[in-house]
Design a protein. Structure first.
Length: 207
C-alpha cells in the first residue's frame, strides 16, 4: 500500500514538471515567433528609429528659404536694374558731359593726343607749360599758328561728350591741326591714345 502511494506521488510530480516544462517551451516559442514575424512587437518597437519616418525640418526649411529667395528676386527685379544703373552712372562720371557752346569764334577738326607732367612727356620743362603754369587737366598744348595761346576751347569727342580747356602749352610734335591734352599721369595719357575731335574756339587768346 505504501509502495503504491509513493509511486503515485512520483508520477504526479513528473506530470507537473512535464506540464511546467511544456508551458515554458510554448511560451518561449511564442516569444521567438513574435520576434521573427514582421509587424509584431519587436519590429514595431524599432519603427521609430527608421529614418524614413523622421521629419526633416532642416531640409524643409532650406527649401523654403530657397523658394523665398527666388520669389524675392522675381518680385524685386528692379534691384538688379538699380545696380546696373549705378555702374552705368559711375562709368559716365569718368567722362566729361559738358555741353557744346552756343557761341564760338571758330571750329576745327583736330587730331588729339595726351601727355602728362614730368620728364617722361615734357622733357626738361617737367610740370610747367610754355606759359609757366602748372600742367594739369584742362590744359592743352597747341600750335600757336593755328590756335593762339591763351585761347579758351571746347573739345568735343567722337562719343558726343566734351570738356572745356585752355591753350597754355606747346610741343615739338604739335604742329598744324594737332593738340595735346594734359592728363594726371603717364598711364592715363597712354590710355587716351589718339582721337579725332572737334575743337570749338570759344574765345581766342592774345598770347
Amino acid at each position: 500500500m505504501n509502495h503504491k502511494n509513493k509511486r503515485h506521488r512520483t508520477i504526479s510530480r513528473f506530470q507537473k514538471k512535464f506540464k511546467n516544462i511544456a508551458a515554458a517551451a510554448v511560451a518561449g516559442a511564442a516569444i521567438l515567433s513574435g520576434a521573427m514575424l514582421p509587424g509584431l512587437a519587436a519590429p514595431v518597437a524599432h519603427a521609430s528609429a527608421d529614418p524614413s519616418n523622421a521629419d526633416p525640418p532642416a531640409v524643409t526649411q532650406q527649401v523654403k528659404d530657397t523658394n523665398t529667395s527666388k520669389s524675392t528676386e522675381k518680385a524685386n527685379p528692379s534691384n538688379q536694374g538699380d545696380q546696373q544703373k549705378s555702374k552705368d552712372n559711375k562709368s559716365k562720371d569718368t567722362s566729361s558731359s559738358a555741353k557744346a557752346p552756343s557761341k564760338y569764334e571758330d571750329v576745327l577738326d583736330i587730331t588729339a593726343t595726351a601727355y602728362a607732367p614730368g620728364a617722361h612727356d615734357n622733357d626738361q620743362w617737367g610740370d610747367k607749360t610754355y606759359l609757366g603754369t602748372q600742367i594739369r587737366p584742362g590744359v592743352v598744348a597747341v600750335d600757336p599758328n593755328v590756335i593762339p595761346l591763351g585761347s579758351r576751347l571746347y573739345i568735343q569727342y567722337p562719343n558726343g561728350h566734351g570738356e572745356y580747356a585752355v591753350a597754355e602749352d606747346t610741343g615739338g610734335a604739335i604742329k598744324g591741326n594737332r593738340i595735346d591734352i594734359a592728363k594726371t599721369s603717364v598711364d592715363k595719357a597712354q590710355d587716351f591714345g589718339m582721337k579725332d575731335v572737334k575743337v570749338f574756339v570759344v574765345e581766342k587768346g592774345d598770347k
